[in-house]
Design a protein around this ligand. Structure first.
Ligand SMILES: Cc1ncc(C[n+]2csc(CCOP(=O)(O)OP(=O)(O)O)c2C)c(N)n1
Length: 515
């Protein structure tokens, strides 16, 4: 058996059955093996950052890794921003990167580059397979690394001659390892503090904001009076009816200090002490008071459900129903506003939806108005590298096997980084509704310009780098050009009508909301 077939067979045996791909010459044996060995769902992305972003979105919903197929160092480099986001989201991905044949590399042909060096910057595990007979073992180890709780990026580099070489042996899958055990001393310490003090915040992140952990966290909060909050960045948060009406630590320092500054003690559940996204002259980096004391209940690589369950048990915290979210909001009307859009979304969102949010400045109030919506999952941009909202939505829809409506709340500037995702949505006929927030500018950067002290208002030259007009982007035509039905809305009534229309369809739809 050649290396490529060995690799595909081993991936399938290990439960990796979805491949997001953008191939080249060095991957042609792998591409052929996808025909010869049935069982792999193959999804083409028209740019590698779409490919890697889809793999991230897939993991966040499927909770198991997909593989990517990328072409040499430059193909990997194109996908790196969303691999950075995936690493920050702690998503598990197996990257298969084809490369020059071992005997050809010394001739330094044009696509030769330091693939390993690039891979190391975002991967927890990197290996170049040396021969076809090693591939089965290497693939098993790659999958095992990607599955390390909660998820990691593993990159397997595949020289073309290893792919076509004979002598492959299909690897035997291993049982996924368990996360490191929780620390009973940390549980004891947290219990003592919660019994003794009234100024305690429990800060949840990672799997700590998923439904099972929320139940234990709520029991603890009910029994002790502690306040619960979620990190600002949450790759995957369970929201809506039956879930906690939890708020995030705000983005700005002033708001963050107002929200959490009053708590002398903060118990960290897979979270880290909150810090600013960026530094500003004469402003501290930390988003808490300097005398705040942090106590780690569980680290990001530990299971927060186990930690919270142990804490609830030790505190003898009785079972408690999560409070009702109150009436469902009504759709809003009139001129679009962040609050009005959030309200409309809360009113119309279908049961069990997935929201991929990259709304940047427009999304500030989305949480407040969507607590009363049916249960849903909310996926955030985890690493701050814009351009993952659309691919994450696409990968999430594949993971949900088209059974769940995906709503992509998408700022226009960020959308332009990976808009090819729309083509994949059309080709795969995915139930994704994109609400494209067209404000025609990099709005957030206008605020940042002032905040960093660059000046009061940008001049003509500076403004030309923050404004997206001249020419304006026409999102209806861009979407239609890639096979996605699209319509423009200038009022919230129109937006609501289009949302209803899109939710009744089985394929993708884009609403260009002029904001
Ligand atoms: C990969 C990457 N490139 C550039 C940036 C810098 N950046 C942050 S926000 C932003 C513009 C966002 O504009 P848009 O998506 O339209 O959202 P708005 O600010 O208008 O709400 C840019 C360019 C980034 N964060 N990541």
């Amino acid at each position: 058996m050649n290396g490529a077939k060995t690799l595909v067979s081993t991936l399938l045996a290990s439960g990796v059955d979805t491949c997001f791909a953008n191939p080249g010459t060095s991957e042609m044996h792998f591409v052929a093996a996808l025909d010869e060995i049935p069982g792999m769902k193959c999804v083409l992305g028209l740019q590698e950052n779409v490919v890697t972003g889809m793999a991230d979105g897939y993991f966040r919903i499927a909770r198991k890794p997909a593989c990517t197929l990328l072409h040499c160092g430059p193909g990997f480099a194109n996908g790196m921003a969303n691999l950075h986001n995936a690493r920050r989201a702690r998503s598990g991905i197996v990257n298969i990167v084809g490369d020059q044949a071992t005997f050809h590399r010394p001739f330094d042909p044009p696509l030769t580059s330091d693939t390993t060096g690039m891979a190391q910057t975002v991967s927890a595990w990197v290996r170049t397979s040396a021969r076809a007979s090693d591939l089965g073992r290497d693939a098993v180890e790659a999958v095992s690394a990607a599955r390390t709780f909660p998820g990691q990026i593993a990159t397997l580099i595949l020289p073309a001659d290893v792919s076509w070489g004979e002598g492959g042996v299909v690897g035997t899958p291993t049982v996924p390892g368990q996360p490191p055990p929780i620390d009973s001393g940390a549980v004891d310490g947290a219990a003592k503090m919660l019994r003794d003090r009234r100024d305690v915040l429990i800060l949840l992140a990672g799997h700590g904001v998923l439904a099972e952990a929320q139940h234990f966290a709520w029991r603890i909060a009910r029994a002790t009076g502690a306040k619960l909050m979620a990190d600002f960045v949450n790759p995957h948060l369970a929201r809506g009816r039956g879930r906690l009406q939890i708020e995030r630590v705000p983005y700005t320092r002033a708001e963050a200090i107002e929200a959490i500054g009053k708590f002398r003690h903060v118990i960290l559940v897979n979270a880290r002490p909150p810090v600013a996204f960026f530094a500003y002259p004469d402003v501290p980096s930390i988003h808490y008071e300097s005398d705040t004391q942090f106590h780690v209940l569980s680290r990001p690589d530990q299971d927060p459900v186990e930690a919270l369950r142990a804490l609830a048990t030790l505190l003898d915290a009785p079972d408690a129903e999560i409070p009702d979210a109150g009436p469902r909001p009504e759709p809003a009307s009139g001129v679009p506003s962040p609050e009005g859009l959030a309200q409309t979304l809360g009113a119309l969102m279908p049961e069990n939806a997935i929201v991929s949010e990259e709304s940047v400045t427009y999304g500030k109030h989305f949480y407040r108005f969507t607590h009363g919506a049916p249960a849903h999952d909310w996926l955030h941009l985890a690493g701050g590298a814009i351009g993952d909202g659309m691919p994450v939505a696409t990968g999430a829809a594949i993971a949900a096997r088209k059974q769940r409506r995906v709503i992509n709340l998408q700022a226009d500037g960020s959308a332009m980084y990976s808009l090819q995702s729309l083509w994949t949505q059309a080709r795969e006929q995915l139930p994704v509704t994109t609400i494209l927030l067209n404000n025609g500018r990099y709005d957030i950067l206008l605020g940042e310009y002032k905040k960093v002290g660059a000046g009061a208002t940008p001049g003509e030259n500076a403004m030309s780098m923050l404004d997206l007009g001249n020419p304006s982007l026409d999102w209806v035509r861009l979407a239609e050009g890639m096979g996605v039905e699209a319509c423009r809305a200038t009022t919230l009534e129109q937006c609501a009508d289009l949302m209803r229309r899109s939710f009744s369809k089985s394929g993708p739809f884009l609403i260009e909301l002029m904001v």
